[in-house]
Design a protein. Sequence first.
Length: 471
Amino acid sequence: MDPDAPTGAHRRGLRRWAKWLCALVATPILIFALSNLWLASPWGTAFLTKRIGQRLGLETHLSSASWSPWNGVTLRGLTCHQPAPLRTAIRDPFLTVSSIRISPVWRAWLRGRIAIHQLEVDTPQITLPVELLAHLSASAPRPAPNPQPLPTTNPVNPPPAPPTTPPPADSAPQPVPPPSPLTPAQPARPTSWLHLKNATLTLVSASRKTPWFESGTLTGSIPIAGGNAKNLLHLGPSRALGQSLIESLTIPVTWQSPALTLGPIAPTILGLKSEAFLQIALTSGLPIHIESLLPPQSPATLTLPNNSHASAKSITAHARLRGLLLAPTTLQGDFLAQTADAQITINENTLRFHRGNLLTILRNGHLQCVDARLIGDDLSLLGNAAILSDQRTAAALRIVADPGNLIHLTQRLLPGLTNPPPLTHLSTPQRAALDTRLFGKIGNLGQLTLEIGNQGPQLTLPQALATPSPP
């Protein structure tokens, strides 16, 4: 017998090691195949659908899901429906996404720390009802006092740098300090990215067919964690109330943990040149800061509905919004607009105003127009308004003009009014005032009541705007 030939015990040991090696290789493959089979089954998709729906608080549907060590986790055909009370009036789902691919940092997950290398979202479409915004604002919990603001300055109008003065000269030379030991440079952290493709946002209302706002498609990559980074986003043309609002934009994006800055940009809105930026901190509550400036300028003639148009010699505006995005009651906003030598033409009748201003503030979920006025020789408008977080609305408008012109203007603007409204007499007989009040809930035009004149007739807004039928 050849002494080098393997014995039976040695052969059995080799076969045992071969079996263990095959089992070691086959176990991950079997786990991978079975887990994807479970994710593709109705039980797996139902489990993920329930977890996503609980997190979003909406009825959710998911078509399929899969995962792989090299491609991450992929969700396909995600649909989140509107809340049940709004579903009959708004048929479009709250959110639809063609696919979501999450690329985790597996090494961090194995250590119990969740980290994402990149997140790809393909064709997300959000249809957001204003009624849902009002509900969230009314039911949002009160945050802790003194939320941390964003530690940044305003890039739209940055403050001047403080003057620097040279230090006083000293006759005695200062001793040179010993060199500090060199500290090793920290390795650069990889940047995590959110890749968006054809994202859109539509702001709608259950009380009207035309959307309030329709954004263009947003495409690009946004850094959301890790090391500092910069990139560009591309936004398509956007519309408001069916009219073109903003043309295509290229938006610079800057990430410096924990703040994400979009802009500054210089969009043209309704033919007016403006400057704006947005900054959000990816911390608790999502602190947000939005600033927009409309420099003084002479706009082109603006076309209005019903064969009307408006123009002005000068117009300027400034808007600011700060607070916690996840706590709408903390949002604080201010909007100030001024105009000079404005004129409005309605059916070949031109109204001229020497000056005008508008001041609106947002505090504790309440939107309030503190002062709005247009002052002219023949006609003046003075008003204020408030909208509470539960959609309750109140507004007052005083129109000052010649008594005959007031009656004529009321008949033109409110065809549903059959009799002349009561006027408020002023100190001079050449002038009178028509005091109107609007109150109710803004979510439904049928719940808004218009009082025409002091203690005058009260009509719902659809009744006031409706043309009376001939006798």
